[in-house]
Design a protein. Sequence first.
Length: 365
Amino acid sequence: MGRKRTKSGKIRLAEVAELAGVSPITASRFFRNPEALSVAKRTRVESAARELGYVPNLAARALASQRTEVIGVLIPSLTNNVFSDVLRGIYDASENSRYSIQLSNTRYSILQEEKLLRLFLAQKPAGLIVTGIDQTTESRAMLEAADCPIVQIMEIGPNPVDMMIGFSHFDAARAAIAHLFAQGHRRIGFIGARMDPRVQRRLDGYVAAMKDAGLFDQRLIVTTATPTSVTLGGALFADLLAREPGIDSVFCANDDLALGVLFECRRRDIAVPEQIAIVGFNDLEFMASSVPTLTSVRTNRYEMGSAAAAMLIEAIEGKRPEEPVLDLGFTVIERQSSQTQRPAAGPRTPEWAPAVQNDSVTNDP
């Protein structure tokens, strides 16, 4: 004769408690906070739940506690390597906690983000990690009214909803241009794709640096709303050369575009860096493996995800950070693609320019 079932046929928590030899309260505590139980009791409850096929009712738990144990994460892409690194940090930092991660892909759409935020908040998450600072008015209102901690990631700004971890894309782009100035370059092109708000701020940093040096020329800028790719980088560089054949360097809004520029230079027998210097953005792994190696702006993506998850979990547990905004900064990693050393040809390095880290690989014996 089988165990007694509810009308729906679902296993009840009381049955798990009975089989494990503990009280229903103890069994319930296991599913809320297993660390609160002894190892022996945890093992018995877990074994009983597995034997009976018991699955906790998260909706009922949320009604009782006003919060689930789910951390919602909204990112614009599941395939972009930049966000893969961020997610790895989030998962690593939350692995030993009682919180689970639920992902949603906004596909770079602020309207899709608004829709997903409404869905997440209806499910009463323990906390939210949201990409960027450019939410719609409705999304911003929902986030400000949310009864859970929130971390905005990937950049910093003057008006965080709650907590914020990232860096200044504007300052990072200015630093990349300052590096090219230091190498003597004057005709510096800009190539950008997709042109989401973070890429737009990189463009703004480029424009500011060029204007400060008295070198700004709109014809040096080539952008598209098309999603980025290596092939697209080559095509945009070809467009830039057709428009302004006298350029001596190019700053790319991401590393895929930079690699495409390098390939196009190879096809045209343009020497890098002697004729064209190249700087990318994000410093993905292949930048140090290309031939020649490619200079890029390193962003601390894994650390960003890890710190965001750690900060959020502590806030959920009532340990709010003293500083709600964490600037992780950036580093210009200098490699062969920009080591031209022609200081006489360009303006002096601006006083605001940060230090550059040399990570070059030489061919010297």
